[in-house]
Design a binder for this molecule. Structure first.
Ligand code: V0D
Length: 254
C-alpha cells in the first residue's frame, strides 16, 4: 500500500481508493483519450468550449496525481488529425488552450519537474500555438520527472505512414538496412523515446481507438468508463490503476 503521502490529505482522496493502489506496481506509461467534453457542456446548456476548458483543468489535476504516484509518462490525446473537421470557431478555441494551460500551469510543471513533450504534426498548428508549446518543451527539457506528452494534431495512421516514408528515405540513402526489425521500425514513430503505454483510459463510454497509438497499444490494458472527461477525478484514476493491477498481463504467453 502507498502509505501516507502529504498530497493525499491535500487532495481529499478517500483512503479507500488510495489503499487499493499498490505502490510497486504503478503503470509506467498511461495514455488517455479524454472524451466527453462536448457532452458535459451540452448537459449544462453551455457552449462546447466550456467543456473543453473544464477538461483542460482536469489535465492539470491528473498530471499532478500521476506524477505523485510515480507514473513515468502520461500521454493525453488533445487534438486528432480528424478534429480539423470541427467548426472553425471550435478549432480556433481549442488552439488557444495550450497557451492558456501553459500560462497558468507551466511554472507549476517546472516546479514539479515535469517534462512537456508534443507528439503530432506541429507544422499545421497556428503560429501562436506552436510558439507556446515550443516554449514549454524547451523550458522543461532539463527536468527529470514525469513526461507529459500531448498528442496534438496526432493520428496514428499518419504517424505510421510518416515512419514508412522516412524509413524508405533512409533505405535509399543506405543509412539503414533493408531488413527492418520491430525495434528499428519503432525508432521512426513519434513516440520513439517512450515505452509503450501499460494502461489506456478512455472516458465517456466510447470503446474504440479513434486512430490513437495503433502500434504502441498492442499489449496495453484498456480501461473504459462512462464518466465524462470534465468529471474525471483522482478517484477515477486510482480506480483505473487498481483495476490494472489486478489484471495479469501475459503478452501472448500463458
Ligand atoms: C480540449 C480535453 C491541454 C480534451 C483537455 C490543442 C480537449 C482540454 C492542452 C495542451 C485541450 C496542449 C499542449 C500543451 C499544453 C496544453 C490542450 C488541446 C485541447 C488542443 F503544450 N488541454 N488541451 N490542447 N483540451
Amino acid at each position: 500500500m502507498l502509505g501516507k503521502l502529504k498530497f493525499w490529505k491535500d487532495k481529499d482522496i478517500s483512503t479507500l481508493s488510495a489503499e487499493k493502489v499498490k505502490k510497486g506496481d504503478i503503470p509506467n506509461h498511461i495514455a488517455i483519450i479524454m472524451d466527453g467534453n462536448g457532452r458535459w457542456a451540452k448537459k449544462r446548456a453551455l457552449p462546447r468550449s466550456a467543456g473543453h476548458h473544464e477538461g483542460m483543468k482536469v489535465v492539470r489535476k491528473v498530471t499532478k496525481l500521476a506524477n505523485n504516484l510515480g507514473v513515468k509518462a502520461l500521454t493525453v490525446y488533445a487534438f486528432s488529425t480528424e478534429n480539423w473537421k470541427r467548426p472553425k470557431l471550435e478549432v480556433d478555441y481549442l488552439m488557444k488552450l495550450p497557451e492558456e494551460f501553459l500560462d497558468t500551469f507551466l511554472p507549476e510543471l517546472i516546479k514539479e519537474n515535469v517534462q512537456v513533450r508534443i507528439m503530432g504534426n506541429k507544422e499545421a498548428l497556428p503560429q501562436h500555438t506552436k510558439k507556446a508549446i515550443e516554449k514549454a518543451v524547451s523550458e522543461t527539457r532539463d527536468n527529470n520527472g514525469m513526461i507529459l506528452n500531448f498528442a496534438l494534431n496526432y493520428g496514428s495512421r499518419a504517424e505510421l505512414i510518416q515512419a514508412v516514408n522516412r524509413l524508405l528515405h533512409d533505405v535509399k540513402n543506405n543509412s539503414t538496412s533493408d531488413e527492418i526489425t520491430e525495434e528499428q521500425f519503432e525508432s521512426y514513430l513519434m513516440s520513439n523515446e517512450l515505452e509503450d503505454p501499460d494502461l489506456l483510459i478512455r472516458t465517456s463510454g466510447e470503446q474504440r481507438l479513434s486512430n490513437f497509438m495503433l502500434w504502441q497499444l498492442a499489449y496495453t490494458e484498456f480501461w473504459f468508463s462512462d464518466v465524462l472527461w470534465p468529471d474525471f477525478s483522482d478517484e477515477h484514476l486510482l480506480k483505473a490503476i487498481s483495476e490494472f493491477q489486478r489484471r495479469g498481463r501475459r503478452y501472448g504467453g500463458i
